[in-house]
Design a binder for this molecule. Sequence first.
Ligand code: SF4
Length: 687
Amino acid sequence: SAARRAATSVTKTVCTYCGVGCSFDVMTRGREVLKVQPQQEGPANAISTCVKGKFGWDYVNADDRLTTPLIREDGRFREASWEEALALVAERMRAVLESHGPAGIATIASSKATNEDAYLTQKLARQVFRSHNIDNCSRYCQSPATQGLFRTVGHGGDAGSISDIERAALVLCVGTNTEQAHPVIAARVKRAQKVGGHQLVVVDLREHELAQRADLFVRPNPGTDLVWLSAVTKHVIDNGWQDEAFLAERVNGWDAYVASLEPFTLEYAEQRTGIASDVLVDLARRIAEAESVAALWAMGVTQHSAGSDTSTAISNLLLVTGNYGRPGTGAYPLRGHNNVQGCSDFGCVNDYLPGYQPVTDPEVVAKFEKAWGTELSTEKGLDNHTMITAIHDGTLRAMVVVGEELSLVDANAHYVQEALEKLDFLVVSELFFSRTCEFADVVLPAAASLEKDGTFVNTERRVQRLNKAMDPVGQARPDWKILTDIASAMGHEWGYEHPSQVMDEAASLTPLFAGVSYDRLEGYASLQWPVAEDGTDTPLLYTERFHFPDGNARLYPLEFTEPSDQADDEYPLHVNNGRVLEHFHEGNMTLRSAGLSSKVPDTYVEMTRRDAARYGGLRTGDWVELESRRGSITLRVLLSDQVRDGEVWVPMQAVELNLLTSEVSDEATHTPAYKELAARVRRVDGP
Ligand code: SF4
């Protein structure tokens, strides 16, 4: 009816479920989400979305949304006013600063929140709490990919645009279940293969849908990607298939790099990776002969003790074959969270101020000191990993956690939960009473993405606006406002009234975003960083220069180190894990969305029929205990053809998988080696 139509509003927003960054109009009536309508102008997705973007919004109106601040008193939580909660936060944080100094406080940002939220999270840590103890969940997933790019090409972001991937003559997917984790990118890759005749090469443990469609699917032994990548690169060079002109003009470090490849013979690679040498040769030939190669990778690469080195090896291979700086070429680490790129870009890391300006650079620090009127440290802070150790050591006493399910997502969750118990004071800002809230002293109700204005950066470095479609539920506030209120309670009047002012300040201090402003991001307009002051953006990186002082890329020599926690007689199964299409991480949002949770309501362990027979004649639906050297979980069996004998796979939603994982991490970034996990199974009665 006309009345119904009159009450409907249409608001452009950006999906909160993955780094593809699909944008669309959302139609709402009051708090009711009626429909999601993608538009042709959507720069990342045009008229496509996946099931999460389309149907995943019930969580915004879930009955158990937090609607008021909560304060713990005598072991129980009671409702409180914002004034009381903020005053308590300020009082307790001041006390910790006095007793333990800036080292006593750490802050964790949310990669689901906006860039403006991220900028203020790091400003709170640095200006108000006076330390660089700030980090975000890229530490759990993509930091090693960024490290690999910093070492070789200079910018920590995808080389080109999502549309460039479609132009690649050969798309190489390593350790990414793109079809489930980044569905709209997978759709483009499949279209390029089917319609454009482009080649698709997939290297992974599990034979998922994309692997089944690949022109070549290769299955290495767990944890050995660096070996085949190096062997393939060596074979290219041994046969003179490298791009000589590109290397001579644009790349440094040839001699030391070639010498480092010495051990990676085909024989050694075959023995260690399990990939037959004729397949390695085929792989090398395809990559060398392709007119353009785009390499996509994700957590199957990064979540290893050699995650940074393996990411570097991918970039080395692209450099040797001249695959940077042209459409259809380059490195595409696929970012997981909707704003994990932006959260790091806007400075929520322990070693960089916004725009990857080092905290150890006195000129950079002086610039921020002047803008913020505070003295800043020039020493790196703690990252997510070292924060937990510092709590156990007694030096770190209080934390502010913005929308991160810290007690479940870090590896070795027992150790993390023990640490959270020890904190003197924990503040959590959240949509729901998460597991982490159970450890909190104050819980602050946060607004969901549909309830706020701001920007996200997607995997292709694209800054996009999301617009407020409805008011926050109850007394919930957007994080930028909560952070501003905490700062104010501690005597720092930031005075922001709208996130656009936060972006203006960030842009004025950050060359990477110099020309970013809300005026330039109206509607479906977007900007890919670096953005010059006049608003010129950069869809494709490295067309003329790599991001180093001399403009040249750098080949980076590597050695192979054995993965930790390998399967043995006692723990004979390698445990892999990943996403399913319908769910986002631990499932706090998607399990509250009826259309998604009804399709995949609980979790399971995939195993082969042969392993199922070997471990007690298990059938789909049977309950088992999966036990590692650190803990055990109970879940159902799903017999599957996608895994191999000796390897099982567990989706990451709705399961305390990290009770099993270890504290071993990538040396360069401290990203946990989640994918290095051995376990055994035994049949149990259901819970
Ligand atoms: Fe797009 Fe990712 Fe959202 Fe799906 S989850 S709609 S692919 S941004």
